[in-house]
Design a protein around this ligand. Structure first.
Ligand code: KIV
Ligand code: ZN
Length: 508
């Protein structure tokens, strides 16, 4: 099986997405995660573009080891010198130099002849080779260039020392069959093509970036340039996660794979989205919120019987803890029953029938059905799984001149236990004590307090969200004493987590 090199340009072309610019620390943060993802080459920036870009490339070259760090440079002296200086500290450094080869760019942008462009390309590659043995040349707008001129440029830059030749679809203009033919043409017409790796770099203006990249791999391209979440100039670049997972999911078809640690994909996608502020659309392949979510009853039923009926990849492979069954008006009885089991409710067939009818009515009234809606639906008629933890006593001391201290007594699996803990506030002290007694492994994701009634004697309601092993549960507690309500909510959530542990969930 061929191993395709992954050249990640999230920090360079990706950063060219409007509004996605990152500061040096943010770029380092992303670079560390890209290294964990095990990409082959990181295009860390365009050093001549700004002092910040120069600094980012340099810092990444200093810190990130085990992958090649690359800096972009136009075919110009100063660009190449700045790129060379920025990548100097790298364990393995690459200069990526480029010039356009299409007649449109030659005529209107560069105002150069083909001969002048050819000479500039050769000069740039030779100059870059003085600083590093790893030089990539890109023929910008290759897909709108004259094919024979492109072949000539490729041959000459390889002679000049380019070790990678990139054939960008700069404006996202090509289509899979045409791009495949172009790559094949280059392999047939460039006599020294075996001396360099052929790389592809596709933009997504027609939504074809990933498809074009994959057809080029089939024709022999050995490197793919891509970005996390497909961010990039205009409609973006080819999305790395889609290319990697296409190869992984269809190994017989492509006979090619990558070195990517796919389990890191989701984490990387979240990080890039958070840092750039570019939201991932819910239906985005591989990393979108709905990529592993099933709503239709027919799909949910098939999935619960055998997940491969409706899933071609496992969410765990890309680092998503589990598939989701969305409960809504399209859902069937099977998924409804499974979710109730997850929440700790075992229903008889008659109870299930009644609850399911009520559920369908609610679905017509509400867009989203939350776990608490389901609990409200069934809690009156069915027995809940017995509680593992319950609160027997809570005594809290706090104020302006004392360290908040909580003494908590609980019944834990039939045994009484008590402890005293201090904390940053009365709730913190209480939670520390409960956590110690129950040996909780979960983390507190969210803590919300609401007043149910008005006035200082109001009944307070607390909702806590806990996360454990990729699962989240919400716990509720209400009391006129807000600390007691907080304790009840925490214990309620812990009981839900325990209930889920005891009931097999078929991987939902
Ligand atoms: O799209 C493009 O042509 C580029 C080059 C600099 C490789 O980003
Ligand atoms: Zn590009």
């Amino acid at each position: 099986m061929r191993i395709i090199k992954i050249f990640d340009t999230t920090l360079r072309d990706g950063e060219q997405s409007p509004g996605a610019s990152m500061n040096v620390d943010e770029k380092l943060h992303v670079a560390r995660q890209l290294a964990r993802l095990n990409i082959d080459i990181i295009e860390a920036g365009f050093p001549v573009a700004s002092p910040g870009d120069f600094e980012a490339v340099k810092r990444i070259a200093e810190e990130i080891k085990g992958i090649t760090v690359c800096g972009l440079a136009r075919a110009k002296d100063l660009d190449i010198e700045r790129a060379a200086e920025a990548i100097k500290p790298a364990e393995s450094g690459r200069i990526h130099t480029f010039i356009a080869t299409s007649d449109i760019h030659l005529k209107y942008k560069l105002r150069m002849s083909r001969q002048e462009v050819l000479e500039a390309a050769i000069y740039a590659v030779k100059k870059a080779r003085k600083y590093t043995d790893d030089v990539e040349f890109s023929a910008e707008d290759a897909t709108r260039s004259d094919w024979d001129f492109l072949c000539r440029v490729a041959e000459e830059v390889i002679k000049a020392g380019a070790t990678t030749v990139n054939i960008p679809d700069t404006v996202g203009y090509t289509v899979p069959q045409e791009y495949a033919e172009l790559i094949e043409y280059l392999f047939n017409k460039v006599p020294n093509i075996d001396k360099a790796v052929i790389s592809v770099h596709c933009h997504n203006d027609l939504g074809l970036a990933v498809a074009n990249s994959l057809t080029a791999i089939l024709k022999g391209a050995g490197q793919v340039e891509c970005t996390i979440n497909g961010i990039g100039e205009r409609a973006g670049n080819a999305a790395m996660e889609e290319i990697v997972m296409a190869l992984k999911t269809r190994p017989k078809f492509f006979n090619a794979d990558t070195r990517i640690k796919t389990e890191e994909i989701y984490k990387t996608s979240r990080l890039v989205s958070k840092i750039t502020g570019m939201v991932v659309q819910p239906n985005k392949a591989i990393v979108g919120a709905n990529a592993f979510a099933h709503e239709s009853g027919i799909h949910q039923d098939g999935f619960l019987k055998e997940r491969s009926t409706y899933e071609i990849m496992r969410p765990e492979t890309v680092g998503i803890p589990q598939s989701k069954l969305i409960l809504g008006k399209h859902s069937g009885r099977h998924a409804f029953k499974e979710r109730l089991r997850e929440l700790g409710y075992e229903l008889t067939p008659e109870e299930l029938d009644k609850a399911f009818q009520r559920f369908k009515k609610i679905c017509d009234q509400k867009k989203y059905i939350f776990d608490e809606d389901l609990e409200a639906l069934v809690s009156e008629e069915v027995k809940k799984v017995p509680e593992v933890f319950s609160l027997l006593k809570l005594h809290v001391v706090s104020g302006t001149d004392s360290k908040p201290t909580a003494t908590v007594k609980m019944l834990i699996r039939g045994e009484e236990k008590e402890t005293t803990e201090t904390g940053d506030g009365p709730v913190d002290a209480t939670y520390r004590a409960i956590s110690k007694l129950t040996e909780a492994k979960s983390s507190l994701e969210k803590f919300e307090i609401k007043g149910i009634t008005g006035g200082t004697d109001a009944l307070g309601e607390v909702i806590v969200t806990l996360e454990q092993d990729g699962r989240t549960v919400r716990g509720y507690g209400s009391d006129t004493d807000i600390i007691v309500a907080s304790a009840k909510a925490y214990i309620n959530a812990l009981n839900k987590l325990e209930g889920r542990k005891r009931i097999p969930t078929k991987g939902i």
